[in-house]
Write a protein that binds this ligand. Structure first.
Ligand SMILES: [Zn+2]
Length: 383
């Protein structure tokens, strides 16, 4: 009884411990779940940032393409302008050469003034200045030369403007290249960040899975222990001296005052009254009825009452005595197991013990005895 209580308490403590373990698992699962959710959010944010960087990068690349087109166009324009300039210089020079021929012709025909000016002038501009006041030079020649000079100057200016624009475009393109490099670096580091978060997330999810499995196992164990504790508690409540077996469901049979105490018997091995002495020391005046039955066959309370004793008692072996009131008592002898204890009330047909062969007995059987006002009475009168 005491041992059983201890076992019951131990089981309860174990069940409680398992419960606490389940509780601990639950809070750790919550925490890990939260971590996983935070990591998922972080990953999504990083991916959004990476996408935004990618978009910026694509814009930069598109702008670089446009700038490259402008640079190409500018290069073509500059090249064209250079050709134009060469042509303008050729035209200017042709004019100068033809003018010189005309002046030379004039000199050969007696006018020496121009050849001197021509020889002294170091440039076309100087010649024009020197010749400014010489009315003999044809106005046509002078105008043409000024015009050609003007064209050369204009082309040179245009080329300079184009080159300046080209340089600006190149600066712009270099800035775009720097921006592209910067974005590429940002994207690389963002990608690394995403990979790191993915790794963390994977580990966290794995941990979560393991925790959930552990919690599931702990929960199963707790339920198992709770069942064991409940069974032990029920057995302890049913009470019995010394056997670990527990009582079965109550059984009521027959129409008599009493229900049969051993309906699972195989045969009646001895009736109430006179008999041949079965064992030395056994009474030849049999005070009860013997029901032969295999060990462990359930014994039921013949009627409702209070257990007056349930203990080992010499020749009777494990003996249960129930007081039914009105001077009526029943004895159950040679029990293998007893599920009740003294002072306990029992109902009619309650499983109070199991058939055995304890005490002075030749084999497993229930000796059922009815006492009326302290005198053995034939049980058949009540069954
Ligand atoms: Zn007997």
């Amino acid at each position: 009884m005491l041992l059983r209580r201890r076992i019951t308490s131990l089981l309860l403590v174990l069940a409680l411990g398992a419960g606490m373990a389940v509780q601990a698992h639950a809070s750790e699962i919550d925490e890990t779940q939260k971590q996983a959710e935070e990591l998922e959010k972080k990953k999504k944010d990083a991916e959004n940032e990476k996408n935004s960087l990618e978009k910026q990068l694509n814009e930069i690349v598109a702008e670089m393409d446009r700038t490259k087109e402008k640079i190409d166009t500018k290069e073509a324009e500059i090249s064209e302008k250079e050709d134009e300039l060469i042509q303008a210089k050729v035209d200017e020079n042709d004019q100068y050469e033809s003018m010189k021929k005309r002046i030379k012709y004039m000199y050969e025909n007696g006018n020496s003034q121009f050849i001197e000016i021509l020889c002294e002038s170091k440039s076309i501009g100087e010649f024009l200045n020197n010749a400014e006041y010489i009315s003999t030079i044809s106005e046509y020649d002078r105008n043409m030369l000024v015009q050609f000079q003007e064209i050369v100057k204009q082309v040179q200016e245009q080329e300079a403007t184009l080159k300046k624009e080209y340089e600006e475009l190149e600066v712009m393109q270099n800035e775009l290249i720097a921006k592209q490099d910067n974005l590429n670096e940002l994207m690389e580091s963002k990608q690394e960040e995403i990979e790191q978060i993915s790794d963390d997330l994977g580990a966290t999810q794995e941990k979560l899975q393991k925790l959930k499995e552990a919690a599931e196992a702990a929960k199963r164990k707790q339920e198992e222990m709770a069942r064991a504790a409940a069974a032990a508690a029920a057995a302890a409540k049913a009470g019995s001296g010394g056997s670990s077996a527990s009582a079965g469901a109550p059984v009521v049979s027959g129409n008599g005052t009493f229900t049969h105490p051993c309906p699972g018997m195989t045969y009646i091995s001895s009736e109430f009254g006179w008999r041949a002495q079965p064992l030395p020391g056994a009474s030849s005046n049999h005070k009860g009825m013997d029901f032969a039955a295999p060990t462990g066959t359930p014994i039921y309370a013949a009627a409702a009452g209070t257990v007056t004793s349930a203990s080992y008692s010499g020749n009777a072996g494990n003996l249960i005595v129930i007081n039914h009131g009105n001077g009526l008592q029943t004895y159950y002898m040679h029990c293998h197991a007893m599920y009740v204890s003294a002072g306990q009330t029992v109902s009619k047909g309650q499983n109070i013990g199991a058939v055995g062969t304890t005490g002075n007995s030749t084999g497993p059987h229930l000796h059922f005895q009815v006492m009326l006002n302290g005198t053995p009475t034939n049980p058949r009168n009540y069954l």
